[in-house]
Every structure is written in C-alpha cells, then in structure tokens.
Design a protein around this ligand. Structure first.
Ligand SMILES: [Zn+2]
Length: 417
C-alpha cells in the first residue's frame, strides 16, 4: 500500500511539474482540475490509511484549481514547498500544526484560550473575549464545514529570537522582568501567561505557514495582533509581536525557496497605532507597515513611524473610514505588489468601544473586513488574519465584531470555487 501511495504521489508530482508554464493554464488546468477532483475522491477512498498524508497535497491542488487560471506558477511553487516540508525531518511545531490541519477551502482558525491566565479580579484586560469569540464561532451552525478551529502550537524560542532581544525574551520566560517593564505590559507575570503568549504567537506563525505552504488561501488566529510589542520591551498588553515573528519566519523560510519575492504587507486596522511593528520593520523594505488609527488614541508618547500612517479624527464614522481604506488599499497593492498579507483586525474602532474614538458601526467594520478580503482574493494573495483589540464594556459588542472578522472570512473564502 505504501508503494502505491508513493507512486500516486510521484505521478501527481510529474503531471504538475511536466506542464510547462508557457502552455498556459486555460487548456492545461481545466483537465487537471477535473482530474484532481475526481482523483481526490477516488484516492481518499482507496488509500484510506494514507489519506492523512495525501489529502493535504490534493486539497492544496484543489484549493488552487480556480486560481490557476491567473496564478499557475504560484501554485507550482506552493506545491513544491509543501512537498519539501513534508520531507523535512526538523519541522517546527508551528509548521507541523499547519501541515496537520491540511488543506482546503474552509478557514482554519488557531486559538490560544485553552491556556488560561489567572488575572486579579477587576483587571481591565478582557481576557474572556478570546474564548467567547471562539465559542460563538464554534456554536454557529452556518460555520460548520467552513471554519475549523485548532489549538495553537507554541512558538519556539528560535522563532521568537528572530524578532526579540535575548535579554527580554529570557526575562519573560523566567519572570525576571522589573516592575516598570511589567507595568508597561499591563499583566502580572505567571507561568500560565508565558504559555498563553507562546500559543498566541504560535497561532499566527502556524497560520502563516498554512497560507505560504499553499494549504489554504487564508488562515487565522483567534488571538495575536499584539502590535505594541517592540523587540526589547512590551507595552499595552502586548508581550511579543506575533505578526513580526511570523513575518520574519516567512522571510527565513520562503524567500528563496518559494514565492515570497515581493514585500510582505501588514494592514493594521486596530484603532491604536501598530507602534511595535512599525519600529521593528523600520528601514526594512521587505515588510511594509500600514496603520490606520484614531489620531487621539494611544500610543501618545511611544508612537512610531509606520511606512504609511493614517490618523483619523474622533467620530470619523463608517463612510469616511471606508473611503480612506478603499483608496489606500488600492494604492498599496498597486505600488508594492505584496506577496503575503497580515491583517491586524482589531475591532476597537467600534462605537461601543471604551477606548476607540472612531465611532464605527458593526456593519461598517464588516464592510472594512470584506474590503481587505476582496483586495486579497482578487489578487490571489495569501492572507493571515489576527485578532487585535476590542474593549467594549461589557465585552459582548466586541465579541460579536471579532466573530464577524472570522465568520465573513470563512464565508468569503469557502465560497471561492
Ligand atoms: Zn487596539
């Protein structure tokens, strides 16, 4: 059986590789697409003991089948990356997690809330919103088959070190932060906090692998978006910077071997400026940072310079916000032709938020999310979605808006066929 499975895999590889790019997708990919889909059903049945290995590759091909019309070379790159990763004996936990969940059109969303952090009663951070958001999605019948949730793997120390200084990393891991550093972050140290942080980072890195391996077009983390973390310190409830870590891992893993040949674009739509992310990638033209924020919102003293910053006045509202976003997305995608997108999808621009000042409605935020998804979908760009801020009191309105981020992505991406 193993020989037959291997043989089939080799045949698949040969068919895909043998097709010259110049042949063009129209007459080649149509039969391949049909063949792949038909074959997938047959093979999954016949070679059931090996479907775990096979389904990722087949699903990957299927999920790219429509896209092949415009993105045929990209599919080949993704395919060969997936094959190479499966043979890699030193897989990181984050890459393993992406491969284990496999491919398909449904949205995969990693979560970190299974690592419970003890906070003093009355602490102002809404830790419960993460679990509430996940449960809302898992209990939503319309999400069945189109959204998969998985516990996030822990990020490794080596991955964290791609962004953060060793002294700072170890002071977090062993709890030796001084009082001032701890106050800047806003959480009391605990071993559970370390675990939660590592899972929160790992979810974004695993989501990045999922899209860069071509297993999915979009992948998400129901955590992360910790954009106030700098390389040597944290602030504003952010310890390490998940998007920065995932971007650096992507640059390490995919720049040469795969198709990360254009910059990574970070679209930060949290109401607060992504100051940590801006500083980390200052002067690095491989990562473009774009942030829309409330002009009068935190950070005030530690504001940094993103590649593109858009400050909006208090009470901006839906129409003005969406007009600005639409114009900027067009401009950024045309100018930089990015290879990979990170979306910091904080919902603290919501009218009910206790910090945000932009007065957006739930409907406006939904349109915002869809604008980002459309921009990526029409250009066939891999997308990683992270959670970011949301501070309504009680947290219900924020939780609903956070759930919207993932629900609309699941609906949009699963509808693509
Ligand atoms: Zn925020």
């Amino acid at each position: 059986m193993r020989t037959r499975s291997l043989l089939f895999s080799k045949v698949m590889e040969f068919v895909v590789r043998a097709a010259p790019a110049s042949a063009g997708p129209s007459h080649l990919m149509s039969p391949l697409r049909t063949w792949t889909r038909r074959r997938q059903l047959t093979v999954l049945g016949v070679f059931s003991p090996f479907t775990g290995q096979m389904s990722g590759i087949l699903n990957s091909l299927c999920s790219y089948s429509k896209d092949c019309r415009t993105n045929y070379p990209s599919m080949l790159h993704h395919y060969s990356c997936t094959m190479a990763s499966r043979k890699d004996k030193n897989l990181t936990d984050t890459k393993k997690a992406a491969l284990q969940v496999g491919g398909g059109r449904s949205l995969v969303a990693f979560y970190a809330d299974n690592n419970v952090v003890p906070l003093p009663s009355g602490h102002r951070f809404p830790m419960e919103k993460y679990r509430a958001t996940r449960l809302m999605l898992e209990e939503d019948a319309s999400m069945e088959h189109i959204l998969i949730t998985r516990p996030a793997p822990f990020v490794s120390v080596q991955e964290i070190l791609l962004v953060h200084e060793e002294r700072y990393l170890h002071s977090i891991l062993n709890g030796s932060l001084d009082k001032k550093e701890q106050n800047n972050i806003g959480f009391p140290w605990s071993p559970e906090l370390v675990n939660r942080t590592r899972a929160s980072m790992g979810g974004t890195v695993a989501a990045m692998h999922s899209v860069m391996l071509g297993l999915r077009r979009a992948a998400a983390n129901i955590a992360g978006g910790t954009h106030h973390a700098f390389s040597d310190h944290g602030e504003g409830f952010c310890i390490f910077n998940d998007i920065a870590i995932a971007a650096r891992v992507a640059l390490e893993d995919y720049s040469e071997k795969c198709n990360l040949d254009q910059p990574i674009l970070v679209i930060d739509l949290d109401v607060h400026q992504g100051n940590g992310t801006a500083k980390i990638f200052e002067g690095d033209d491989r990562v473009i940072t774009f942030s829309i924020q409330g002009a009068n919102n935190y950070p005030w003293r530690t504001r940094m310079k993103s590649d593109y910053d858009v400050d909006l006045p208090d009470e901006t509202g839906d129409d003005a916000y969406l007009a600005v976003l639409s114009e900027w997305l067009q401009k950024l995608f045309t100018l930089h032709k990015p290879s990979l997108i990170f979306f910091q999808a904080g919902v603290d621009a919501l009218r009910e938020d206790s910090f945000g000042r932009l007065s957006m409605s739930r409907q406006g935020l939904l349109q915002r999310n869809n604008m980002v998804y459309s921009a990526c979908l029409t250009r066939s760009l891999p997308l990683v979605i992270t959670m970011g801020g949301g501070y309504s009191r009680p947290s219900d309105a924020s939780v609903v808006a956070h759930a919207d981020v993932y629900r609309s992505a699941a609906l949009r991406y699963s509808a693509m066929s």
